[in-house]
Design a protein around this ligand. Structure first.
Ligand SMILES: CNC(=O)c1cccc(C)c1Nc1nc(N2CCN(c3ccccc3Cl)CC2)nc(N2CSC[C@H]2C(=O)NC)n1
Ligand code: NI
Length: 187
């Protein structure tokens, strides 16, 4: 099972590499890895498990954060409505690719955090508001989906990890909270 000990931190060169595409059909070990990444996210969001295993909460994780330079990400985004148990997005994506995106931009109003960054880096991380992506799932099935709001931000953050990009690379150094006209601030 993945714990925080398996997650590499900023300074490790793997976080700045461009990760390799995986080949189809997926290797058994790549499928098992995907399942373990998703399990980590679910555990990290479970109060008991997170406390027991000393996990930081996350909704996304990329293989390079496990020192595995492969284009694999996992996302498990709970529904903001606590009444709804079903997550809004829960999947492992192999070779995710942004096919197109909105002109409109968006950012999380509270800024972004990263399991590989053990410090708060304040500031708006401005990203595409909406994206259309393609990816393969654990069964090797191709998908093409459109994402917006929180899910769109999370997937962009994780795809950045596959390209050696950290969230704070996007923060305006002069004024971290500078916002251009029309940028959607997601609560
Ligand atoms: C500096 N201010 C902040 O960090 C920040 C501050 C406030 C709010 C937000 C919204 C912030 N921002 C932010 N909060 C998150 N979580 C909120 C807590 N949550 C969680 C934690 C515990 C149990 C269950 C859950 Cl659900 C896990 C997810 N996650 C991300 N990111 C950036 S995109 C990838 C994603 C990620 O998984 N990072 C590890 N950003
Ligand atoms: Ni991250």
């Amino acid at each position: 099972m993945i714990t925080m000990d398996n997650i590499i931190r900023e300074g490790n060169p793997t976080l700045r590499e461009v990760a390799e595409e995986v080949c189809l059909p997926l290797k058994e070990e790549e499928i098992v890895l995907g399942k373990k990444m998703l399990e980590f996210l679910k555990n990290s969001q479970d109060p008991e498990k997170a406390e027991e295993l000393h996990l930081r909460g996350g909704v996304g994780l990329a293989a390079p954060q496990l020192d595995i330079s492969k284009r694999i990400i996992a996302v498990h985004v709970p529904n903001s409505d606590p009444e709804i148990a079903e997550p809004t997005l829960s999947t492992v994506m192999y070779n995710p690719k942004i096919l197109s995106h909105s002109i409109q931009e968006a950012c999380l109003g509270e800024g972004e955090g990263c399991l590989s960054v053990d410090r708060e880096v304040p500031g708006y991380v401005v990203r595409h508001a909406k994206i259309t992506i393609s990816y393969y799932d654990m069964d090797g099935k191709p998908h093409k989906i459109r994402l917006k709001n929180y899910e769109s931000i999370v997937v962009q953050h994780e795809i950045d990890h596959l390209n050696g990009v950290m969230f704070y690379d996007h923060i305006n150094e002069k004024n971290p909270f500078a916002l251009k006209e029309g940028v959607l601030v997601i609560k």
